[in-house]
Design a protein around this ligand. Sequence first.
Ligand SMILES: NC(=O)c1ccc[n+]([C@@H]2O[C@H](COP(=O)([O-])OP(=O)(O)OC[C@H]3O[C@@H](n4cnc5c(N)ncnc54)[C@H](OP(=O)(O)O)[C@@H]3O)[C@@H](O)[C@H]2O)c1
Length: 333
Amino acid sequence: MSEQTFKALVVRETSDGEFNKSIEQRHVSDLPENDLLVEVHYSSLNYKDAMSASGNKAISKNFPHTPGIDAAGVVVSDKSGTFTKGQEVVIFGYDLGMNTDGGLAEMIAIPADWAVKCPDSLTLKEAMIYGTGGVTAALSIQKLEKMGAKPEHGSVAVSGATGGVGSISIAILNQLGYDVIAFSGKTEQTEHLKELGATEVRHRDSVNEVGSRPVGRELWANAIDTVGGDYLANLLKQTKAGGAVTSCGLAASAEFSMTVLPFITRGVSLLGIDSVFIPLEDKKAIWERVATDMKLPNLESYGEEITLEQTPEYLDRFMASQTVGRYVVNVKG
Ligand SMILES: NC(=O)c1ccc[n+]([C@@H]2O[C@H](COP(=O)([O-])OP(=O)(O)OC[C@H]3O[C@@H](n4cnc5c(N)ncnc54)[C@H](OP(=O)(O)O)[C@@H]3O)[C@@H](O)[C@H]2O)c1
């Protein structure tokens, strides 16, 4: 990287409405005028990055654009005085990678109050193995705990099990002593899901066998849904009385249809998860948890490392649901 330029993934819209992804040299002076300039060492890939990189204007309105909702790196300068040069910081959510140039680049310029100090017990790479996907898993589990979930109450079902949020959810739940029922469309990944900590692996379509019935048999104490649509509705219908289901994603669908019966006859709760706009204090708190009691042993084994140059190919794989687990991007590699 020269003093004035840096490497970045750039998505460009062509005149016929296509979106092309390539690695380009950009100028630091092209970045938005924000207080905090960070040299990015690691980023990660998330479903939202793939949506942004494919030109989904609900995520990113203006192109050319650099996606990347996660970044971990070293402070170059901070006009706000919050951070000192050389400090290690992590950033996820807010507008990073959406309409503010994101972490799939060697440099980002952001408001200082989007960043938190990297926890002492995590390396920058480990922080990005969690990244948005891992932190969302942790937020989902934390919300179930706040509702009173305990391992002795019974299993936790996890949908989208091989995805970034799903796979880290399984691993953290297992570490905390929960039995996990993993629902996945990738039956060939059964052994991998068991190695992550799933007690049982079922095909994702089996969630939907309850059909149009307003409630089904009570099969799990709590659930973490990452896919939305009928899967979310049918997880709710089969949750034990007093249990809860978290909802963070829409890989299957943003819409679902069901009756209120699981809520009013079984006291089941639906819990929304937002990792993007939660207060900075809550972000600091969840980073501390993933760095302490939720920290996974052999953390490096949960993320496949790729280079910035490989990101166009891997972002396409996300859209085709051909990815498994977390992908950490060695931006400077
Ligand atoms: N609310 C928040 O703050 C927040 C934060 C992070 C992520 N999210 C959202 O959470 C979701 C998961 O994110 P991620 O990064 O884990 O994505 P991901 O790695 O792409 O995982 C999504 C998983 O969902 C399953 N899936 C994909 N297409 C499906 C379909 N059509 N029907 C049913 N299942 C399908 C697949 O798992 P199997 O093959 O194993 O079934 C896939 O691996 C995304 O919608 C993302 O936008 C939200």
